[in-house]
Design a protein around this ligand. Structure first.
Ligand SMILES: NC(=O)C1=CN([C@@H]2O[C@H](COP(=O)(O)OP(=O)(O)OC[C@H]3O[C@@H](n4cnc5c(N)ncnc54)[C@H](OP(=O)(O)O)[C@@H]3O)[C@@H](O)[C@H]2O)C=CC1
Ligand SMILES: CC(C)(CO)C(=O)C(=O)O
Length: 306
């Protein structure tokens, strides 16, 4: 199976490198600056203990993309999605499976509109990585988990082939029969984590160390859960437990990628992760004072970096 990874950033770079290390046929669609960087330095992953792994990877720029791949793994930020769809369109043929790992749910509509419902899977990724200014990928450790699955019923053969290509490559990969529910659970998880860390400008450990912190973090989780529940996707017990455990873990260095981007002065995915959830809450008549405060807070920041 020929796999094309769109974006050699924090997540795409990490997953693609692991797949390449496992001997899978992986190419990265990159832009010229990243192509030069990868040719010169290789794809570098800095492990939690500080050691650096160098992986030599194959890259292509959009002008050279002229045939369909079997699998497209999409790992760009939400604000880069419209341009990315145009850039990788030539890599999508009638049998290509596009698997996005963006957070939120808004991107699914755009991908289905571009490539059709049978060619787009849902995907979720629990993985804490960050792209440094030098192009190195910092792997922050913690539990890793990747899930993907069809959004429509049907082609079991294709699902089996996709799973064969992505599993057994050094990180847990699961073919899911409930990918929409998985995506909602991840969204609730990330929106809560983003609210807690971005509003306080602290880690989960920092928040839980001060009076009222645990109650605030719990309330943020409850708000996001209420939106998902009203939308018909209440987090299942395991996800609810993971959410509460993560938000209230004493001393945990846990942050959200939105918070890490904020700290680095970068553009944020605030609208896809918080804004979209707040808009859905309004339509569903669910009160979300904490999410709304985060939405406004991050929108003000975003206006200053745009
Ligand atoms: N970081 C994390 O811990 C996690 C992130 N996610 C989600 O994954 C998605 C990706 O995030 P993340 O990996 O952190 O983002 P990064 O910013 O680290 O990486 C995105 C990469 O995509 C590249 N890119 C953007 N547009 C294109 C294009 N048209 N063609 C080629 N390359 C392109 C960028 O390259 P360039 O340098 O050229 O701009 C950049 O290297 C987000 O939706 C995020 O929410 C999910 C789970 C965990
Ligand atoms: C899993 C988690 C919370 C890792 O940081 C994430 O998805 C994100 O921050 O975007």
């Amino acid at each position: 199976m020929h796999i094309l990874v769109i974006g050699a950033g924090a997540t795409g770079g990490y997953i693609g490198a692991r797949l390449a290390q496992a001997g899978r046929d992986v190419t990265f669609l990159v832009r010229p600056r990243r192509a030069d960087q990868l040719a010169e330095r290789g794809l570098r992953i800095r492990r939690p203990d500080g050691a650096v792994e160098r992986v030599d990877v194959r890259t292509v720029v959009r002008e050279r993309l002229d045939e369909p791949f079997d699998i497209v793994l999409l790992a760009v930020k939400a604000y880069a999605l419209p341009a990315a769809i145009k850039d990788f369109a030539k890599a999508v043929g009638p049998r290509t499976t596009v698997i996005p790992f963006l957070n939120g749910l808004g991107h699914i509509d755009a991908l289905v509109a571009a490539f059709g419902p049978a060619n787009v899977y849902g995907g979720v990724l629990y993985l804490a990585t960050a792209l440094g200014d030098d192009g190195d990928i910092g792997w922050l450790g913690g539990k890793e988990e990747m899930r993907y699955g069809p959004l429509t019923d049907g082609d079991d053969d294709r699902a089996r082939q996709v799973h064969e290509a992505l599993s057994g490559a050094g990180f847990p990969a699961e073919l899911s029969g409930t990918i929409e529910a998985d995506m909602w659970e991840k969204w609730v998880f990330l929106a809560s984590l983003t609210t807690v860390t971005c509003l306080t400008r602290g880690t989960i450990g920092d928040v839980n160390a001060v009076p009222g912190g645990k109650e605030f973090a719990t309330a943020a989780g409850e708000e996001a859960t209420a939106v998902a529940t009203a939308a018909g996707f209440p987090p299942r017990p395991e996800a609810a437990q993971r959410l509460l455990g993560t938000l209230t873990a004493p001393g945990a260095p846990t942050t959200s990628s939105v918070y890490r981007d904020l700290r680095q002065g970068r553009s944020l995915e605030n609208d896809a992760i918080i804004g979209d959830l707040v808009r859905r809450a309004r339509k569903l008549d669910v009160a979300t004072p904490l999410l709304t405060a985060t939405d406004v807070n991050l929108a003000v920041y975003q206006a200053s970096v745009a």
